[in-house]
Design a protein around this ligand. Structure first.
Ligand SMILES: [Zn+2]
Length: 257
């Protein structure tokens, strides 16, 4: 290893991993298998066939309807940081050769919180897949609904859930992929409405966060809000390792086609 190689510290086991090894291993710890943050673009490359992605609604951008302090500055900062104009990347791409409508969240953009643009992009993505009779994959990551947009953000739960209901009526196939962390209104709407719900290992998924829940009861069970516990209790259907995600999606879409 080069002496000046940048090291990444695993947030689960503190193992120091050379940055190149970490990237080659899809941001997964080589020691404990902890699945670290991936950007929306990294996930896109992981899941879809090369050069098959056609982006839609790329220019949708939040307005500061409440005059919330520092919100415009935070939006500008995260546009520069992520290369996205909202928390979600959406469009149509091939997965294992199957044309699929896809939307992918990025927790690096305002904490992955869900505001009016994300609700609109998810809804349009569902409508697009309905119109073209395509399978749908939504990769969720969310810090909850966006407080800077107040009620406008909360309304996105009803809007996306209504779009999911229309999609389900048409008998099409929606795979919800849940990644760490996914909380709040996303969990309470589109994330939980997949025909199949699959999570990455160790992903934290819930409505209220553990600190809020802990304030209501003395002790939280082991693995509280972790994918492994949620699988045991039937909240999700499978846990899929990041290296197997593309194949699993391909197999599921092929099965439903
Ligand atoms: Zn580790």
């Amino acid at each position: 290893m080069p002496e000046n190689s940048k090291m990444i510290s695993c947030r689960n086991c503190d193992t120091q991993i050379p940055a190149e090894t970490f990237a080659e291993n899809l941001n997964i710890c080589t020691h404990c298998d902890y699945h670290h943050y991936m950007s929306a673009y990294e996930r896109l490359n992981l899941i879809v066939d090369t050069d098959s992605f056609q982006e839609y609604d790329a220019d949708l951008y939040s307005i500061d309807s409440l005059g919330f302090p520092e919100y415009p500055q935070k939006l500008e900062r995260d546009v520069a940081k992520t290369g996205l104009r909202s928390e979600m990347l959406s469009g149509i791409a091939d997965i294992g050769g199957y044309p699929t409508a896809i939307a992918i969240g990025d927790v690096g953009f305002i904490g992955g919180t869900c505001g009016s643009v994300i609700g609109e992009k998810v809804t349009r993505c569902i409508e697009r897949s309905l119109e073209n009779k395509l399978p749908l994959v939504i990769v969720s990551v969310s810090g909850g609904m966006r407080m800077q947009e107040g009620t406008l953000a909360l309304m996105q739960m009803a809007k996306t859930a209504a779009a999911c209901a229309e999609y389900a009526k048409a008998g099409l196939f929606y795979i919800s992929v849940v990644t760490d962390p996914t909380f709040g209104g996303a969990t309470a709407s589109y994330t939980s409405l997949g025909d199949v719900i699959i999570a990455e290992p160790g992903a934290r998924i819930g409505f209220a966060g553990p600190l809020a829940v802990a304030s209501l009861r003395e002790e939280l069970p082991e693995n509280f809000q972790k994918a492994e516990s949620l699988l045991e209790h039937g909240f999700i259907d499978a846990i899929v390792h990041r290296t197997d995600m593309r194949q699993m999606l391909t197999d599921l879409i092929a099965f439903a086609s």
